[in-house]
Write a protein that binds this ligand. Structure first.
Ligand SMILES: C[S@@+](CC[C@H](N)C(=O)[O-])C[C@H]1O[C@@H](n2cnc3c(N)ncnc32)[C@H](O)[C@@H]1O
Length: 196
């Protein structure tokens, strides 16, 4: 399949899934301010959810996804800078962003703790971390189902039993607001890097 088709297929899938998380993009992107890094920008489905004064750098390891994001940014007239890179080894100096955003990415990164640690490193003191992802659900039957599903998807690098918020707490972020939706399967996190 051509790379353009891959990115197009991804968009159709994500837009269908957005019924499960209709508020996530606004919840996360609406809180971004200043110089903002979006980790795992995909095809740029968050672009239209940022305020106009946000200066956005979008990162993704997949050139086909970045090409989709470039097309979407051009269509929207969005001045985002797009770079190839990995969440676990961000190609930016310490303390270089006011905000780091990541939506539906930590469920598929090999080491989500390393990715959150990198997010901490590149944030300025007082900077904001904004996450949305699917996580292990609340009710036991949901959790059992997710464990079964993960047994299959893990070989494709997709996890259903993670809680990135635990890494956010352990790494020393201060919580501003969190919420869980859809039987606890969707989690939103707003946290700040402390000023020491
Ligand atoms: C499900 S998509 C979500 C895309 C976008 N954030 C959104 O909400 O529409 C996951 C994205 O994470 C990217 N990704 C996968 N592994 C990554 C990594 N190690 N570092 C950064 N991004 C990664 C994929 O290429 C893909 O674009």
């Amino acid at each position: 399949m051509a790379r353009t088709d891959q990115a197009g297929g991804f968009d159709v899938m994500m837009v269908a899934l957005e019924r499960l998380f209709p508020t996530s993009r606004d919840w996360v992107c609406g809180r971004a301010h200043g110089s903002t890094l979006e980790v795992g920008i995909g095809t740029g489905l968050n672009l239209s959810h940022y305020a106009e004064d946000v200066r956005l750098v979008g990162l993704d390891p997949d050139p086909a996804m970045l090409a989709g994001a470039r097309r979407r940014a051009a269509e929207l007239g969005h001045p985002a800078t797009l770079v190839e890179g990995d969440a676990m080894s961000l190609p930016f100096p310490d303390e270089s962003f006011d905000t780091v955003v990541s939506t539906f990415v930590l469920c598929g990164v090999p080491d989500d703790r390393a990715a959150v640690a990198e997010m901490y490193r590149v944030l300025t003191p007082g900077g904001r971390l904004l996450l949305a992802d699917h996580v292990i659900g609340g009710p036991a039957p949901i959790r059992w189902g997710q464990r079964l599903l993960e047994a299959v998807t893990v070989r494709h690098g997709e996890y259903f039993t993670r809680r990135p918020i635990n890494h956010v707490r352990d790494l020393g972020f201060e919580m501003v607001e969190t919420e869980r939706l859809g039987l606890g399967i969707i989690e939103h996190v707003d946290a700040t890097k402390p000023v020491r």
